[in-house]
Ligand binder design. Structure first.
Ligand code: SF4
Ligand code: SF4
Length: 324
C-alpha cells in the first residue's frame, strides 16, 4: 500500500477525516500570522515556517475528529450550565495526539522519514494547516467547514519529511448566508469575515480574571467554550454518539472541592483551565439564568478570596434579584 492508501484505510476505520498538503511556508497567510493569537506563545516565524519545527519538513497531514454529539439538556428544573460539546469526555488533545501518533507510526515506522504530531498547542495554526490540506474551506463562522463534519470537528496535524500528494481542493461550502453572524451572542463575527476573538464567548470562558460586565450577558450559560456559530450553520455535521453530558448542574459544580473538580474534569479539555475560572463562569451563568433559587448559591462567593469570584457573584446576585 502507498502512503495515501494507508491514510485512507486508517481514517476510514477510525471515523476521522483527513487531507494532505505541502509543508511550504504559509506565505499566503503572512498578515494573519503576524497578529496576536490568544493562548499561543510561538513566534510569527515558527507559525510561518514548518521547517523551523521539523528540519527538512516537506508534507503535512491534517486529521479531523467530529464532536457533534447533540447532547440533550436534562428535562428537570435544576439549574444547568453548558459546555461546548467538544469539552465532554476525554480531552480531545489526548485523543487526537493518540490518533496522529498511531497513523504516523503506521506510515513512517522503519523508514527514514521523520515526523512530529500536534493538536491545538503546536506552532502552526490548526485551521491554516486544515485549509492547506483541503480538509475543508473557510466559513464565515471562522471555522473550517467540511462536507461531512460541518464545522464541528477538532483538527490535528503531522509535519513530516515525507512528500505527500496534496488532497484536491474541496468545494466551497460556506454560502455567506450570515446565519452564524446573526446567531453569535457577542457580535464577535462580522459579515465581512472579520472575527474579534476578545469578545468571543469561547475565549471569554477560558480567559482568567474579572470578566467586564458588558461581556457577561453574552456568555449565557456557557462555562467552557461556545458552539452556537457552528451549530446553527446549515452545513450540518454528521452526528457522532459519545456518552456524557454537556450540562453540568450548577449547584453541584459550585460545591466541588479542588480534589473533586480534578477528579471530575482533570482529564477533560476543561482541566487545564482550573476550577476558579470555571466557577467564575458558573456564577455568571446563574446571573444569566436569572432564577432566584441561585441567589443563595452565588451569595456564598461574595466574600471569596478571589476577586473575580466576588465580582461574578455580586453581578449574578444583582441579575437574579432584578427578575422580581
Ligand atoms: S464561538 Fe460563540 S461567541 Fe464565539 S464567534 Fe461563535 S457564536 Fe460567537
Ligand atoms: S452559517 Fe452560513 S455564513 Fe455561517 S459559516 Fe455556515 S454557511 Fe457560512
Amino acid at each position: 500500500m502507498n502512503l495515501r492508501d494507508k491514510i485512507e484505510s486508517f481514517t476510514r476505520e477510525k471515523g476521522v477525516i483527513y487531507g494532505c498538503g505541502s509543508a511550504e511556508p504559509f506565505y499566503e497567510y503572512a498578515d494573519t500570522l503576524s497578529r496576536t493569537v490568544p493562548f499561543v506563545n510561538y513566534r510569527a516565524e515558527e507559525r510561518m515556517y514548518p521547517d523551523l519545527t521539523l528540519a527538512g519538513a516537506k508534507g503535512l497531514i491534517a486529521l479531523g475528529l467530529s464532536y457533534n454529539n447533540s447532547y440533550e439538556r436534562p428535562q428537570d428544573d435544576k439549574l444547568y450550565a453548558a459546555l461546548s460539546e467538544g469539552a465532554v469526555g476525554e480531552d480531545y488533545h489526548t485523543v487526537m495526539i493518540r490518533l496522529l501518533n498511531e497513523l504516523a507510526e503506521l506510515l513512517f515506522k522503519g523508514t527514514e522519514y521523520k515526523y512530529r504530531c500536534f493538536c491545538d498547542t503546536g506552532p502552526l495554526s490548526d485551521a491554516l494547516v486544515a485549509l492547506r490540506c483541503s480538509l475543508g474551506c473557510a466559513g464565515l463562522n471562522h471555522a473550517v467547514i467540511n462536507e461531512r463534519f460541518g464545522s464541528m470537528f477538532f483538527i490535528g496535524y503531522i509535519i513530516t519529511t515525507a512528500e505527500l500528494e496534496p488532497t484536491n481542493k474541496p468545494q466551497n461550502r460556506c454560502n455567506n448566508c450570515g446565519i452564524c453572524v446573526k446567531a453569535c451572542p457577542s457580535g464577535a463575527l462580522g459579515y465581512d469575515g472579520s472575527f474579534n476573538y476578545e469578545v468571543c464567548v469561547a475565549y471569554l470562558t477560558q480567559k482568567k480574571g474579572i470578566i467586564p460586565d458588558e461581556f457577561k450577558q453574552a456568555m449565557g450559560t456557557y462555562i467552557y467554550g461556545c458552539d452556537i456559530c457552528r451549530k446553527v450553520c446549515p452545513i450540518t455535521p454528521e452526528p457522532v454518539y459519545t456518552s456524557g453530558c454537556a450540562y453540568p448542574e450548577i449547584a453541584e459544580l459550585l460545591n466541588l472541592s479542588n480534589r473533586e473538580f480534578q477528579g471530575r474534569y482533570g482529564n477533560t479539555a476543561i482541566g487545564w483551565r482550573g476550577k476558579r475560572t470555571i466557577v467564575r463562569n458558573a456564577l455568571i451563568a446563574l446571573g444569566n439564568l436569572g432564577d432566584r433559587r441561585g441567589i443563595a448559591l452565588a451569595e456564598r462567593f461574595l466574600t471569596d478570596n478571589a476577586e473575580e469570584l466576588r465580582d461574578a457573584a455580586a453581578w449574578a446576585v444583582k441579575q437574579m434579584k432584578k427578575e422580581d
